[in-house]
Design a protein around this ligand. Sequence first.
Ligand code: GLV
Ligand code: MN
Ligand code: MN
Length: 419
Amino acid sequence: MTQTLRANRDRLMQSLDELGRIGAYDAGNGVMGVRRLALSDEDATGRRLVMSWFEQAGLAVSIDQIGNAYADRPGADPALAPVMAGSHVDSVPTGGRFDGALGVLSALEAVRTLNDLSITTPRPITIAYFTDEEGCRFGTDMLGSAVATDRIPLADARALRDADGISVGDELDRLDFAGPEPVGQRRPHAFVECHVEQGPILAREGYDLGVVTGVQGISWRRLTLVGSAAHAGATPTDYRKDAGLAAAQINVRLREMCVSGEFGELRATMGVIRPEPGSVNVIPGRVTATVDLRNPDADALAAAERTLDNFCRELAESSGVHITWQQTARTPPVIFDEHVRVVIASVADRLALRHRPIVAGAGHDAQEWSRLCPTAMIFVPGENDGISHNPLELSTPEQCGHAADALLNTIVTLAGEGA
Ligand code: GLV
Ligand code: MN
Ligand code: MN
């Protein structure tokens, strides 16, 4: 009979707390948020802390050229490909303690538990964190895993710049995270990522875990709207080329597209709207904005992009505001591997955890690895309607403990395959 193992939930929560103190900020009302933007000093401190934990767990750590960290635990048969588990350490500007961190630290907890029990799995195990999953600083999400899995060339990734003109390459070099391992070398037997759901479904329906069936498509654009800065009081309405107004009109149109039903389950967000010069008495002459479109259906996502293009063209003609855009990230919908999903579901059954299939609303490193090897994810319910990218993000020790147990047993099952 297969042995069912239990992770050390207290140790996991202690590590989550400790990592959560790096980049912590007071979000008001006694709530602490996390700000560890990719390749910032805070991100580097978090990465180094986690790396020290990898080393304390006896793992051999290797950093690749895009700054992804891999920590290898030998298996009984070094000729077999490893099972890989991991996620990210970076956060959005208003992050919580769990997004990404839970996936890295629950994988670490799996290894710590195997160490405690002196268990050697037939296959090696690799735990990892990937550079700039969030994409909010340099504009492209899942960057490190996309480079590691050959979707984005290393040179293109290094050349990406943040709003201050600082490049990924500059920051990797400054922080000493451009490692010696060539990218694109790793070919795991399977990849598993544990992550907070970041939505309300599991908690609302009383489930302990979600077995993630796939990830919706994502399209990110950076818009530049150029009108004419002019006097707020002295410029008659019909003389204005107001870039701020045009940005607002695009935002309203996006909402209309979402509620129209014409594009299936479209979600749209204008997360950056930056007017220049940004003065109370000057009509905005220029706006930089972003559009985030998501849809589980590839055709519906493409149709939404076309509709947005047409709207921007017509708006430019009617308003006199010049509108250009750049595609900064685009990932198609992904379906995860059936076998890995079955392994996760049967592990959850053994642990007597209630689980259901669920589609991921967010982007994840796992979707990049799914091109190279059988991959799936474990979702963990969250309190406060699963709110995430917000300091209120919270999964309880019980919820995190269930996820760690499920990840541990999933890794052990996969690491015993084909031996
Ligand atoms: C990452 O969290 C994303 O989906 O934006
Ligand atoms: Mn994440
Ligand atoms: Mn995130």
